[in-house]
Design a protein around this ligand. Structure first.
Ligand code: NAD
Ligand code: TYD
Length: 343
């Protein structure tokens, strides 16, 4: 394993993974293959723009001819697939683009892996495929019980990966990560949205009662876990990656406001997301046995993340002041304000 194609490497987790790989393995080459949707951003990779071990190729994972051309041009032996449409709220209004990229695009990459006889294919997936977990935690054998078009599309991708393992003995692995936070996350996702709104003294929109729970993990911990599974994971196996603890959204909002010295009056309750999954909770015993555990607690991850957004206004102001973002924000959030729930 030497020449990696990182599909979706200009997005949040993919770009952190590129940083991690190039910092960890001096003899690896990384080719980022990315369509550069609204979520793809070459600013995320600017530290490596002149590194001879790094190359960027723009392209769609649904474009089989372009995928094959790039794989051959760079003599790729391994694909790590981060490319996806990723925001649950957008999947409610435009599910078709999720099905195309997350299911059909995954199939295109698997076909190319098969045809070119690559050494390894790794799929980056999510805890959301298990559906909401009201009690206990889900291990890798738990049933797929998706509830949003996003999670259903990701599950479709995972099932194709396993089908290629069973039918064609493709050397595949899958990781299912919990919610990531850290540098370079597009400010539609809750933590960067709240942090950057708070910095501008704007309201922090909270869906429903704010008591939903997520396992917030630091993105570089997640990248280390993917690295370990890529090198030590058993083909055909799925590994969960997360801290193994959950935090309520309202507690996340309070923590951010306290860190920034901003008032709680910035919290604004809004109508809930349709079909909002109440809780995700992973069992991470399997990957712990392989030798990985996350280095940061959720609150340490939050603290690092808040600090990064404070220090890197150059990165997020450009996005938030753009027409595309402002239009999305207006369409998605305006007119949804409700009174605070009675506790
Ligand atoms: P992101 O939205 O920040 O980035 C996605 C990247 O994929 C972007 O660079 C985008 O341009 C690219 N892309 C989208 N469609 C493409 C296509 N058709 N062809 C090529 N490139 C395309 O996403 P992220 O948060 O970095 O998530 C990366 C992966 O990790 C996704 O597969 C996601 O499902 C999974 N995941 C995310 C989280 C999380 O908390 N963000 C948690 C677990 C798993
Ligand atoms: P999000 O970052 O969209 O990730 P996901 O839904 O994939 O877990 O949302 C994380 C949690 O925060 C989720 O419970 C929904 C909630 N949320 C809000 O309360 N307000 C917001 O403006 C957003 C975007 C999310």
């Amino acid at each position: 394993m030497r020449n990696l194609l990182v599909a979706g490497g200009a997005g949040f987790i993919g770009s952190n993974f590129v940083h991690h790989i190039l910092n960890t393995y001096p003899d690896y080459r990384v080719v980022v293959y990315d369509k550069l949707t609204y979520a793809g951003n070459l600013d995320n990779l600017r530290d490596y723009a002149n590194d001879p071990r790094y190359a960027f190729e723009q392209g769609d994972i649904c474009d089989a001819a372009r995928v094959r051309e790039v794989l051959q041009k760079h003599d790729i032996d391994t694909i790590v697939n981060f490319a996806a449409e990723t925001h649950v709220d957008r999947s409610l209004t435009d599910p078709g683009s999720f099905i195309m990229t997350d299911v059909y695009g995954t199939h295109v990459l698997l076909e190319a892996t098969k045809e070119l006889g690559l050494e390894r294919y790794h799929q980056v997936s999510t805890d959301e495929v298990y559906g909401e977990v009201l009690e206990g935690r889900t291990c890798e054998m738990a049933p797929i019980q998706t509830r949003s078009p996003y999670s259903a599309s990701k599950a479709g991708g995972d099932l194709m990966v396993m089908a290629y393992f069973t039918s064609f003995q493709l050397p595949v692995t899958i990781t299912r990560g919990s919610n990531n936070i850290g540098p370079y996350q597009y400010p539609e996702k809750v933590v960067p949205l709240w942090v950057t709104n708070a910095l501008d003294d704007k309201p922090l929109p909270i869906y429903g009662d704010g008591l939903q729970m997520r396992d917030y993990q630091y993105v570089l911990d997640h990248c280390e876990g993917i690295d370990l599974v890529l090198h030590k994971g058993v083909p055909g196996e799925v590994y969960n990656l997360g801290t193994g603890t959950e935090t309520r959204n309202i507690d996340v909002a309070h923590f951010i406001l306290d860190l920034l010295g901003k008032p709680k009056s910035l919290i604004q309750y809004i109508t809930d997301r349709p079909g909002h999954d109440r809780r995700y909770a992973l069992s991470v015993e399997k990957v712990r046995a392989l030798g990985w555990t996350s280095r940061h607690t959720s609150y340490q991850a939050l603290e690092n993340t808040v600090r990064w957004y404070v220090d890197n206004e150059w990165w997020w102001r450009k996005i938030k002041s753009g027409d595309l973002y402002r239009e999305y924000y207006k369409q998605h959030y305006s007119g949804r304000e409700v009174d605070a729930p009675k506790r």
